[in-house]
Design a protein around this ligand. Structure first.
Ligand SMILES: Nc1ncnc2c1ncn2[C@@H]1O[C@H](COP(=O)(O)OP(=O)(O)OP(=O)(O)O)[C@@H](O)[C@H]1O
Ligand SMILES: [Mg+2]
Length: 1144
């Protein structure tokens, strides 16, 4: 990417050459390039031959195009283009200056620039027309040789401007500023007025060629000049193409004259004249017909410019009319006058006008020369030197080329010949200078073409001339002759068939086809005898003067008078002779576009001009020799990469040797390259080989550097990535391992737990089984023992009961017996008594009767007693049933505890009421005191102390050893500031404090919270164990602890925020309202007591039953193993003041 290439689009157009382009994208086999004109192109692989690498010299442009590696049309064109875009309009090709018309005024022609370019060698300063002028001038003085400067180019390319610039420069540096110098400079406007006209190509187009020879005296001052003119375009006086004008002079004259002057001369406006304001259609121009279709006899004189001329020529109007409408022919000694057709008449008119204008122009040039030319005096001849400036039309090739083009191109062939020979001579000079063997170098010039046109016998010009003089000669016969003579010549292209009227010539710049129609007429360039006669009859001296030669010639001589071509050839020969005596410089003017616009570069137009300029010949000559030459320094610096170890040129002692070594190594010893004194001379293919090798070597090095840099970059990147990857891996593995470890640990812990639990379970079950077994055995034993005991008891009871029953029965039977015995006794007594009264039998019967009554009485009494006993037994049974029923009923724990601990009295006592009541509070305490006394009275006596010696395990000793702070083994009826024992866990510490508060409340030393109605949130319904879990985990404990520890004695009343405080204050004030007797101190104590309970809903929310308190304390003991000792210590403390009950 960014490489420059030549892109050959191969359009096949004649003037299309490869265009420079820069590679923008080089991707996936396709190449995107942007050419010099900014157009984008895609080059596909199958079109790869369309692009060629660009030589480095072509990339940014060079001042001397001879140095271009790509020394071809494309290279030259691109060089001109890139310089033109930078307003650098001048470029050298060797000693040739190429000037591209800027079509704008550049600030490069100031006196300062003139000064800068004065006395400088070519190449010392950037290319400039002044550099050429300066070299002409100083070469002339140094070498004492005439100089010439050949300025060529298309119409509008800037030849005349360049000529004027050189003239200006010469006038400036010659330093005389004399009258003659002024005249030389001022001759130009006159010449331009008469010889220049507006054309479509150039608003100030010179319609003639000129050679100005400026003469300098030995001091180098302008001494005089001589102007030579060539081939004025006379036809322009009569007709101009669309958008073109006649010669400037007519318009200037009509515009600039005063009305009086105009009147005097009988002149009007420019538009009045057909010759000056011709509006023609294209068809008419091509047909070259005049505007008048009807024969306008009067118009012939009245409308045209000739009218004015003829008027001033002071000729007889009738003569003029005759002369223009009829022709006098002398046949066999007789003079015959034949009328002319309209076209012929108009042609005669035009020919007459052209004749007058042509001669007028020649006269003007002569007049100017007469003013500025000083013929050399014999003595001074040896010292007078001149600089000739040739401003001549370049090679022309139009759609229709006529006789004029042949003359012009003939002149250009001559100039090309001159140019080629000069360039080759220069080459030879350089080879000689450098000691290079050039004998074998040959070149071809355009001698063959020149020979055919004008040199060899029967050449084209001479054939045309001959035919022109031949009375019966026509354009067709002329063409036949040309064909028959030259058809075998490679430079001649005959017409394709007999009907075609054009032939072609292969010029140095390309083939040009010439239309033969009108050739002879133009060549003859003679005026008819009638017209000469008419002029002769004129009384005007000036007209007579300009036609003097013709008049003097006479009719016959006039016929033999030199034709236009022979005249031109002669003057050209003269010119070439002059030029060959001079040291030449060449200026090739290039017109960048047809629109006279600045900064517009038409490539095809420029290629055409380059080709026509003959500059390619220089290139061909160079190519025939050694086109590539490098100074030793350049060569070493450029190609030292091809030989490892060769130092840069500035470090080299033997540059020539180094060059030779490099060339031998790369090009081989025997190849056709040569080494001169300061330069090395190479052929194109050498340069190519060197460039390829250099490119390869540099590419190798570039690739190596790229490789190393990429390697380094990728390696550091890789290391970075690897380091990062390793880091990620490490962390990931660590994370994974930790996760696995965590999972495994949890697993193991679970497993351990399971194992342990299993072990414990088994142990437990074994122990349980054993215990159960043991228990069973024990129980069995006990049961058996009890059974035995009971059996024994039962037996005993049975025995006793039986005994008792037996005894009771015995007693009853005994009683009965006694009563019966009594009755018997009574009966016997009665019988005895009655026997006394009555017969024995009767008595016996009577006694028996009475005895039976008594027996019935006894039986009745027995029955009654039996009923009584049965009633008693039933009652007892009922009682037993009742008791059994009562035993079976569930026990109410709460009632039971209340029943058990009822001796502690109600828990409604207020804190701070223990001990002696302060003054004024006795009444409040009394009830409590009484209760306490009662309770104390009711309290069971302390158990008798064990006989065991426990002095070693005294609680006091334990307290003194382990209790924190100043706490002693004695019970205090206040909340603790810190737990008795040290606990690491904050939860434990807080729980310890909460337990103490619960104990205090249990003991009745601390009041229950009373405001459960205000605070009721349903929490009282929550089981106490849930609250333990809930409250023991609360963070608020921490705050309490901090508050307790940090503040010391200072009680914090606002720790839980304003809201809570306000609630408390409300409650306090409520309490105060209720108990108006409460003094301030009581209130304070109330507040103080409450403040420590913050955050524990269990302790704060509502009063709790003793069972709940017990559950709370024991629950803490179960959940917090660390607290067990604390709890036992506290119970110890509390037991010290409370007589132990069976439950405690
Ligand atoms: N060096 C220059 N700087 C600025 N403008 C220039 C320069 N050279 C030429 N021109 C412009 O180009 C126009 C044509 O130039 P010039 O008359 O020299 O062309 P020419 O080659 O003599 O053409 P022709 O063959 O028709 O006479 C000039 O009128 C001028 O406007
Ligand atoms: Mg000109």
């Amino acid at each position: 990417m960014g490489d420059y290439v030549w892109m050959d689009l191969k359009t096949g157009r004649e003037f299309d050459v490869p265009i420079g382009a820069v590679v923008k994208l080089c991707d996936s086999g396709q190449i995107q390039v942007v050419d010099d004109e900014g157009n984008e192109h895609w080059i596909f692989p199958h079109n790869a031959s369309h692009i060629k690498p660009m030589h480095p010299t072509s990339i940014h442009g060079v001042e001397d195009m001879i140095r271009l590696g790509d020394l071809n049309e494309a290279g030259i064109l691109r060089n001109l283009l890139i310089r033109y875009r930078e307003h650098l309009i001048y470029t050298y090709t060797g000693s040739i200056l190429v000037a591209v018309n800027p079509y704008q005024l550049l600030p490069i022609y100031s006196p300062e620039q003139i000064r800068l370019y004065t006395n400088k060698k070519i190449g010392e300063m950037p290319p400039h027309i002044f550099a050429i002028a300066d070299n002409c001038y100083y070469n002339m003085q140094r070498n004492n040789r005439d100089q010439c400067c050949i300025i060529s180019g298309e119409s509008g390319a800037g030849k005349t401007e360049s000529t004027k610039l050189i003239l200006q420069f010469l006038a400036a540096i010659s330093g005389q500023h004399s009258w003659i110098e002024q005249q030389v400079l001022e001759a130009n406007p006159i010449l331009e007025a008469f010889g220049n006209a507006k054309t479509i190509r150039n608003d100030n187009s010179s319609r003639f060629g000129k050679y100005i020879d400026i003469h300098f005296n030995k001091r180098g001052a302008i001494e005089g000049a001589k102007i030579e003119q060539y081939l004025l375009e006379k036809s322009r006086v009569c007709r101009q193409a669309h958008d073109e004008r006649n010669y400037h002079v007519f318009y200037c004259m009509l515009k600039g004259m005063t009305p009086e002057q105009k009147k005097k001369l009988g002149l009007g406006k420019a538009t009045d004249y057909n010759y000056l304001a011709m509006v023609r259609t294209l068809r008419e121009i091509l047909a070259i017909r005049p505007v008048d279709h009807v024969f306008p006899k009067s118009c012939l004189c009245s409308e045209s410019i000739s009218c004015m001329l003829l008027h001033h020529a002071q000729v007889d109007p009738q003569d003029v009319m005759n002369c223009l409408t009829s022709r006098t022919i002398i046949t066999r000694g007789e003079t015959v006058s034949t009328p002319l057709s309209m076209e012929q008449a108009l042609d005669v008119r035009d020919a007459f006008v052209k004749g007058i204008y042509g001669r007028l122009f020649v006269w003007i040039v002569e007049k100017i020369n007469a003013a500025i030319y000083r013929p050399p005096s014999h003595e001074l001849q040896s010292v007078r030197r001149s600089i000739g400036l040739l401003d001549i039309f370049g090679f022309e090739n139009f759609t229709v080329n006529s006789f004029e083009q042949l003359c012009i191109n003939f002149a250009n062939e001559n100039l090309q010949q001159f140019f080629v020979r000069h360039v080759f001579k220069l080459e030879q000079e350089e080879y000689n200078l450098e000691n290079i063997n050039w004998q074998h170098i040959e070149f071809t010039d355009n001698q063959d073409a020149l020979d055919m046109i004008a040199i060899k016998p029967m050449n084209i010009i001479s054939l045309i001339d001959e035919e022109s003089k031949f009375p019966k000669g026509t354009d067709t016969t002329m063409l036949h002759k040309l064909n028959s003579q030259h058809k075998l010549n490679t430079n001649y292209i005959p017409p394709k068939n007999n009907h075609e009227t054009q032939f072609g010539i292969n010029h140095f710049a390309g083939v040009v086809y010439y239309e033969t129609k009108g050739f002879l007429e133009k060549n003859r360039d003679t005026l008819h005898g009638d017209i000469i006669q008419l002029v002769h009859s004129s009384k005007n001296k000036f007209i007579k003067q300009i036609f003097q030669a013709d008049v003097a010639m006479g009719a016959e001589t006039r016929k033999r008078s030199p034709t236009l071509s022979s005249q031109f050839k002669r003057s050209l020969e003269l010119l070439m002779r002059t030029l060959s005596g001079c040291q030449p410089f060449f200026v090739r003017c290039i017109k960048p576009n047809e629109y006279k616009k600045p900064m517009l570069f038409d490539r095809e137009l420029c290629v055409r001009q380059l080709r026509y300029s003959g500059m390619m010949e220089t290139i061909r000559i160079r190519r025939a020799g050694y086109p590539i030459r490098y100074s030793f320094v350049e060569f070493v610096d450029r190609y030292r990469v091809l030989m490892p170890g060769v130092k840069p040129a500035y470090k080299q002692g033997d540059l020539r040797g180094t060059c030779q070594r490099i060339a031998e190594a790369v090009l081989g010893k025997d190849d056709d390259w040569q080494i001169g004194k300061t330069k090395i001379f190479l052929k194109d293919h050498h340069d190519m080989l060197l460039e390829i090798e250099r490119d390869k070597a540099i590419t190798d090095k570039v690739i190596l550097i790229q490789k190393v840099v990429r390697g380094f970059k990728n390696r550091s990147n890789f290391l970075k990535v690897r380091h990062s990857a390793l880091m990620i891996q490490r962390y990931w593995r660590g994370h994974n391992c930790r996760k696995n470890y965590g999972a495994m640990r949890t697993g193991f812990l679970r497993l351990q737990a399971l194992c342990r639990s299993r072990k414990l379970h088994t142990q437990y079950h074994m122990a349980r089984r054993r215990i159960i077994e043991f228990q069973a055995r024990c129980r069995g034993c006990l049961v058996r023992r009890a059974f035995r005991h009971r059996l024994w008891a039962v037996f005993t009871i049975q025995a006793y009961a039986r005994g008792m029953i037996a005894r009771r029965l015995y007693k009853r039977l005994k009683g009965e017996y006694h009563r019966r015995l009594e009755a018997e006794k009574l009966r016997l007594a009665e019988e005895e008594r009655l026997r006394k009264e009555m017969s024995a039998k009767k008595a016996k019967e009577e006694a028996e009767k009475k005895h039976q009554v008594r027996l019935a009485q006894l039986a009745r009494e027995d029955a009654e007693r039996e009923v009584k006993e049965k009633e008693e037994a039933r009652r007892k049974k009922e009682l037993l049933d009742k008791m059994e029923k009562a035993r079976k009923e569930p026990v109410n724990d709460s009632d039971m505890v209340d029943k058990m601990f009822g001796f502690l009295g109600t828990t409604s006592s207020l804190p701070g009421q223990e001990g002696q009541a302060p003054n004024g509070f006795e009444d409040l305490e009394r009830a409590q005191k009484e209760l306490e006394e009662e309770d104390l009275d009711a309290a069971l006596p302390l158990p008798e102390e064990e006989e065991e010696d426990l002095s070693e395990y005294k609680f006091a000793k334990f307290a003194a050893t382990y209790f924190q702070g100043t706490t002693t083994h004695t019970y205090i009826r206040r909340p603790l500031k810190q737990p008795l024992l040290y606990h690491e866990d904050e939860g434990d510490q807080l729980a310890a404090l909460a337990v103490w508060i619960t104990i205090l409340r249990f003991m009745g030393d601390l009041p229950e919270p009373k405001y459960h109605t205000a605070m009721s949130d349903g929490s009282e319904k929550i089981p106490v164990m849930t609250k333990i879990y809930e409250t023991l985990g609360k963070k608020t404990y921490k705050k309490e602890l901090q508050a307790l520890q940090g503040e010391g004695e200072v009680r914090i009343t606002h720790i839980d925020g304003h809201k809570k405080n306000s609630v408390r204050h409300k409650l306090v004030s409520l309490t105060l309202k209720k108990k108006s007797k409460l003094t301030e101190e009581v209130t304070k104590r109330l507040q103080d007591g409450e403040s420590t309970l913050q955050g524990n809903s269990m302790l704060e929310d509502r009063p709790t039953s003793n069972l709940e308190k017990l559950h709370f304390i024991i629950g803490n003991g179960i959940l917090r193993p660390a607290l067990r000792l604390e709890i036992s210590a506290k119970s110890q403390l509390s037991f010290s003041v409370v007589p132990p009950t069976p439950s405690s």
